[in-house]
Every structure is written in C-alpha cells, then in structure tokens.
Write a protein that binds this ligand. Structure first.
Ligand SMILES: [Zn+2]
Length: 223
C-alpha cells in the first residue's frame, strides 16, 4: 500500500472527526489493499488520532494482521469490496442526522437533486440486523444495489467510493442532506422531485462523472 494513501486516510480521519461524522470510535473507514484484502481502522480506535501503522490488513478469508483487532464491523466492508469491483474506499459513520433518519427506518427521498450523488433517486435504508453480523452485511448489500451509499436501520450511514475522497464527499453530503430533510419535514410538507426530474439529474451527473476530477468539481457539487 502506497504510504501517500495511508497518509490521506489519516488526514480524512481528522476531517471526519472535525465534521462530527465520526465521534471518537463510532464509525470506521477502510481502503482496498488488493484483489483479496483491505485495510481497516482497528477496533475501538479514535478516528482523529490514527497512525498509518494502526490500519489492520484483513484478507477475504477473514484472517487479519496481528498489529490490532480489526473493527468489529469489518464484515460489511469485506462484502462491499467483494461485490463492488470499483470500490476503493468505504466510510461508515453514526453521524447524527443520517442516524436520526435511519432510526425512523425511512429512505432519504428525492427532496433535493443532490440525493442522486449516491447514484439513485433515493438513499435507501437497509433492514435492521445486529452490528457486525452476516445478516446486516447482506441487508446493506441489498440497499447498495446500483448505489454508493445507504442508511443502516437504527445504526448509521455507509458510503463507498472509487477513491477515499469520493467516499468522504458522499458521506459528508448525505449527512448534510439528512439534516436538511429533517429540518424541512419538521416545518412543513416536503415537496419531492418526480421520477422524471430525478432521472434528468442522474443522467447529468453521469456526464460529470466521466472522470474523478470532473466528479469533484465545484460545478457538480455546488451547481
Ligand atoms: Zn456502526
């Protein structure tokens, strides 16, 4: 693994803490290492105080390096890397607004065009299952079909990307969208975009997403 990528992962950990997406050890992040393994934050680690050497290498057979124990939630990271060939990084949070909506066991609907950032017309909330379980991993995979993010019932949020930056951008955006949606809903009846309107947005985003630089441009995220 390139040291520069691990350095970036440590820096993203600080940003996740600064933006309160992950408070202390309530969440985790991982990076694909190769075709059959990935690196993940250790169990109980403080996200704002990671070192490059803290990351635990986990093989797809479940074995792992002995420097630390991997996060107890390593299983859904593994299953996402196995099933999403493009996934290079995954961020999982218990961030406040995404978790609040996940505790209602509701999808984040098409109330704002940026909901399409995850690739669909809504962010799905997966069915509840015990954290770290195979059942939860299976539920998450179902909610992630054709999407890069989902809410986890009574638990939190997960986002993957073709880079760590992309996973971070999606997680940050969805937390903000959940906040906007809950505020709007608490004050009135939210107007949702139609299927046709969201399809137009999805097609426009696909044009922007020809490459990573275009995806990250301010024009896409703030236009
Ligand atoms: Zn969790």
């Amino acid at each position: 693994m390139d040291d520069a990528i691990l350095e970036q992962a440590v820096a993203i950990g600080v940003k996740l803490a600064d933006h309160r997406l992950i408070r202390s050890s309530e969440g985790n992040l991982s990076l694909r290492r190769d075709e059959n393994s990935f690196l993940i934050t250790p169990s109980g680690s403080k996200i704002h105080a990671l070192n490059q050497s803290d990351f635990v290498a986990v093989e797809f057979d479940g074995s792992h390096s002995k420097n630390h124990r991997p996060s107890s939630e390593w299983r859904f990271h593994q299953d996402i890397y196995r099933t999403q060939g493009e996934a290079q990084a995954i961020i999982h949070t218990h961030s406040e607004y995404a978790t609040a909506l996940a505790c209602l066991r509701e999808d984040l609907p098409a109330f704002h065009y940026m909901v399409a950032i995850a690739g669909g017309d809504r962010i799905k909330c997966c069915d509840y299952a015990l954290f770290g379980s195979e059942e939860l991993s299976s539920n998450i995979l179902a909610a992630l079909e054709d999407r890069k993010a989902c809410l986890i019932a009574n638990h939190g949020l997960i986002a993957w990307g073709r880079s760590l930056d992309e996973a971070y951008t999606i997680a940050l955006e969805i937390e903000s969208l959940c906040k906007q949606y809950l505020i709007a809903r608490s004050t009135g009846l939210v107007c949702l975009l139609s299927d046709e309107e969201m399809q137009q947005v999805i097609e426009k985003f696909q044009d922007y997403r020809i490459n990573k630089l275009q995806f990250e441009s301010k024009g896409v995220l703030n236009g």
